[in-house]
Design a protein around this ligand. Sequence first.
Ligand SMILES: Cc1ncc(COP(=O)(O)O)c(C=O)c1O
Length: 395
Amino acid sequence: MNQSNLQSDFFRFQAKTTQSASGFEVDYAKGSYIYGKNGKPYLDFAAGVSANTLGHSHPRVISAIKKQVDKHLHVMVYGEYTQEKPVQLCKKLAEVLPEPLNTTYLVNSGTEAIEASMKLAKRYTGREEIIACKNAYHGNTQGSLSLAGREEKKRAFRPLLPMIQFIEFNSEEDLNKITNKTAGVVVETIQGASGFRLPQNNYLKKLKQRCEATGALLILDEIQPGFGRTGKLFAFEHYDVVPDILVMGKGMASGMPIGAFTASAEIMDCLSYNPSLGHITTFGGNPVVAAAALATLEELCESDLMNQIEEKEKLFRELLVHPKIKTVHGRGLMLAPELESEKYALEVAAKCMEKGLILFWLMYSIQNLRITPPITISKEEIRKGCEILLEVLEK
Ligand SMILES: Cc1ncc(COP(=O)(O)O)c(C=O)c1O
């Protein structure tokens, strides 16, 4: 099958998410580059939307996957059998996370981890209300979508979950909306879709205090900033706060599909009785995926990669100075240069692609370019990519 046939089959047989997918034909990927079927290398500043933490085909991840594939694939639904890699992954997470985050449930995606966390908060507290933030994004299944802070993304799919209230991210005043009726408050540590917005003025600490005062569980969504992207394993570590439930996904397995949520054993146990099978999944904790996640976590903990993030951010910020860049939002290797308009940002991203640089956008704020490269990216690659972007802005 030649290239153009493959592309037309992509548009014809594979369901679409937009009317404007690029259909870029991928051949293979290695390190910070994706190689097109056209034979050209593309420097990847998107990393599969924050998923390829250690870049493409990291040798440690590939080797862990191959070793596990030779032993066994799926053998049983989640939670029944003792399998080496999922157990080692959950144990390692307990070792690196602060107390009381010591028990992890492995699932298949970020949105599933959010769904299960909402269920866990309801089950543990016996309450019905969930609070989320305006402008939030937590996934696309109906429970997670109910938490989305943008009505235009939800309207067509109503009815969604009842008993969901919204507060403004960073608003201290709104914390009063959290009451003894609230089961859980779901918040992104750094808001992603709305423009890599950081918590300000000890917001997360005050949020946690309010949750403690009312008996609501604090559920932090670290699906995007987690796994080293901001220079710590999880972004909450910058803000002197520990959630009751930590939700992760995306970059956790460097490119394999995964989600997870971690809580204390006391909280997590609630999913196993009254009713039993409180959350179940066939493929959650898949041993091949768990092997990739364990390799990613071990590499992050044993290498100097997280220590380099601050310097890499600094380099990006030094380079990304141009009259057409209004500001650069974000933290670590989760950066978003803001341009004058959505239309212009899309044009810039398309031009950069022509010149061999992959950029993407942020879902609710398309005027912001997404820069979330593999955290293994070299300074030379950062310089090269920024040069392409500046060249495009100049024209
Ligand atoms: C903050 C956040 N939460 C949840 C999700 C959903 O994760 P998934 O696409 O794996 O379901 C995403 C995905 O973009 C995300 O960025």
